[in-house]
Design a protein around this ligand. Structure first.
Ligand code: NAP
Length: 284
């Protein structure tokens, strides 16, 4: 019963199955469209005729499907009694908590996960996965998880892996908002994004150094210490970003939300504080 089942053989599920096989695990795979299982069979995986069959022959089932609706659809066809399901499908903390209850009601054990990698990174340095759910269930399957890359246990609450995953993705998308806006400005004058890229990545690396200090301010809830670039100054400078974009024929829709928050922050009396103080405006 130490076979690992992989349910879902899209780009990511296939990468997970390959990593398990490379690490020497016995792997049973299943995918809705059977053809995607063939390359894994060539690598030594057993191909199950149904998700129920794959789960029945494996103590641990790794689900990596499009969304939580497809996970429930697939798991709903199987008996989960005595089985452990680790769901590595992207979702929200609430979806993870609800799925944990749903699996428990069917007699299964459950962990949720968040994959911080693209498929070619799986099993290689730099890839890691968040896991959350009962500690003993997590510990029992560490060996299998090690095949995917780094392991980050986020806590007993099954929603915590998704929370950490989405927080990191928020940072990533924030970065790409800035990168795309910067290139749009550069391209508006016909300049080369490729030539500009080293300047941009160097600048982003320098600014990333403020991440830790911002965290200190946010945890303290005190945004008035060591202010060297106050919010009022930044809001005034930020006015030039949408103004320049408009002049250059570039939409400001990517940066408009932060602009509104800076203006609100100043109106709220936060002008002398650090930029980090706008986090207070995000609380609902
Ligand atoms: N790719 C990435 O860079 C990446 C990175 C981190 C996390 N993830 C997460 O990993 C998960 C899978 O991503 P992916 O890149 O593997 O996506 P994908 O290549 O589009 O594969 C989607 C998988 O879901 C299956 N599926 C969809 N609806 C289904 C249903 N109703 N019933 C049964 N199976 C169904 C598909 O089966 P068919 O083959 O039959 O269509 C396929 O196996 C997603 O939650 C994604 O957010 C992906």
């Amino acid at each position: 019963m130490n076979t690992v089942a992989v349910l879902g053989l899209g780009d990511m599920g296939s990468a997970l199955a390959r990593a398990l096989l490379s690490a020497g695990h016995a792997v049973t795979v299943w995918n809705r469209s059977a053809a995607k299982a063939e390359p894994l069979a060539d690598l030594g995986a057993t191909v199950a005729g149904s998700a129920a069959e794959a789960i029945a022959t494996s103590e641990l089932a790794v689900a990596c499907l499009l969304d939580y609706a497809s996970v429930r659809e697939v798991l709903g066809t199987a008996s989960l009694s005595g089985r452990t399901v680790v769901n590595l499908t992207n979702g929200t903390p609430r979806q993870a908590r609800e799925l944990a209850e749903w699996v428990a009601a069917r007699g299964g054990k459950f962990l949720d996960g968040g994959i911080m990698a693209v498929p070619p990174m799986i099993g290689k340095p730099g890839a890691f996965v968040f896991y959350s759910g009962p500690r003993d269930v997590f510990d029992a399957h560490r060996d299998a998880f090690a095949a995917f890359g780094g392991i980050n246990y986020a806590g007993e609450d099954p929603g915590l892996a998704a929370l950490h995953d989405l927080a990191l993705l928020s940072g990533m998308y924030g970065l790409f908002v800035g990168v795309l806006q910067a290139y749009a400005l550069i391209r508006s004058e016909g300049l080369s994004a490729v030539e500009f890229a080293p300047l941009l990545s160097g600048w982003i690396a320098a600014m990333a150094g403020f991440t830790e200090q911002t965290a200190v301010e946010v945890d303290r809830g005190d945004y008035s210490q060591g202010v060297v670039s106050n919010l009022a100054m930044q809001a005034a400078a930020f006015d030039n970003l949408p103004a320049a974009a408009a002049d250059q024929g570039v939409s400001a829709e990517l940066i408009a939300p932060l602009h509104r928050l800076l203006v609100r922050g100043v109106a709220d009396g936060r002008g002398a504080q650090n930029l980090s103080s706008v986090i207070e405006l995000l609380k609902k």
